[in-house]
Design a protein around this ligand. Structure first.
Ligand SMILES: [Zn+2]
Ligand SMILES: [Zn+2]
Length: 308
């Protein structure tokens, strides 16, 4: 099974330094990251997401049994942990190591969030860190306004493309390239399973409503977490720490911490900074499903305690 791990790849080691090196090659060119679509183009491109929003309102008519309501909550929180642990802390930042099999599992779970594919997500997120709150940041509230950073950029012209130069370390795996190409399969399969289990009520509440909740609680990391909260670290961007966002996003609200020390699997640097995703990573580490979990050095944690 040694050949099935990505712990020590022979030539192209998957470590955060690689991420930084890939990112540092780019010279900013465009004044704005993506052109805005015309209204007609936007309505077509955003139709599936818009339709899920409208269907979620159907909860007014279907109501929800306690089972389906709990399923909605579990699918929101479970997928939130999945996307922050997978897309963000593993694929974008390589903040821990795991087997090739579990790497694929993380890609599938993350893609059940309905936010495109693993290569797409990681390439845009690495661009965000390389150009945080500069012109070339795909979603900066400072540069392009709150709603652009929250959702508009997702439908910018060219925003659906993936810059493979930024994710060469991920594109080495054919299974990741495949699942990225068919990014919608996990989310469609989830919708089908939920509907088979609980019928129309399950589809509307457990699938559509939880997905809408998941989209917006994820998107506030790009929008609100760059405008609302405290800045214990003087980073060059506008990133903030915010306990409300941290609770809604399984720990992603310690965003100023994260911009200060990006390669850490832990974003709540001190004990009271609740970071659910990190607790799940530690649990996976206990069962040896993940390993080499990166944390900030002692002096960074000490500074967090002092500034907290
Ligand atoms: Zn990040
Ligand atoms: Zn950010």
């Amino acid at each position: 099974m040694a050949s099935m791990t990505v712990a020590n790849p022979p030539s192209t080691a998957v470590v955060p330094e690689v991420v930084e090196d890939l990112a540092s090659r780019e010279t900013p060119k465009a004044k704005t990251p993506y052109e805005r679509m015309s209204t007609g183009q936007f309505l077509v491109a955003a139709a599936p997401m818009g339709l899920v929003h409208i269907l979620a309102l159907g909860v007014i008519f279907t109501g929800a049994s306690s089972t389906v309501a709990w399923a909605c909550f579990a699918l929101w929180l479970g997928r939130m942990v999945g996307i922050t642990l997978g897309f963000h802390r593993y694929f974008s930042h390589r903040s821990f190591k795991t087997s090739r099999v579990f790497q694929f599992v993380l890609a599938v779970i993350s893609q059940s969030a309905g936010q495109r594919g693993v290569l797409w997500w990681a390439s845009h997120h690495r661009r965000h860190h390389k150009h945080s709150d500069e012109d070339n940041d795909p979603h900066s509230p400072r540069q392009h306004g709150f709603w652009w950073s929250h959702i508009g950029w997702f439908y910018g012209k060219g925003a659906m493309e993936t810059d493979l130069d930024r994710v060469k370390d991920l594109a080495r795996y054919p299974e990741l390239v495949w699942i990225d190409k068919y990014w919608y399969l996990p989310v469609v399969a989830l919708g089908a399973v939920v509907t088979a289990l609980w019928g129309l009520e399950g589809f509307i509440v457990a699938f559509c409503l939880s997905t809408v909740m998941l989209w917006h609680t994820t998107f506030i990391v790009n929008s609100l977490a760059h405008v609302w909260g405290s800045r214990p670290y003087e980073t060059s961007d506008d990133s903030r720490n915010n306990v409300v966002i941290a609770l809604l996003t399984a720990g992603e609200g310690w965003h100023n911490n994260h911009h200060h020390y990006q390669s850490s699997a832990r974003q709540g640097f001190v004990w009271w900074q609740i970071d659910l995703t990190f607790y799940v990573i530690k649990l996976l580490q206990l069962f040896r499903i993940v390993w080499d979990v990166r944390e900030p050095p002692a002096h960074v944690k000490a500074a967090a305690r002092k500034r907290g």
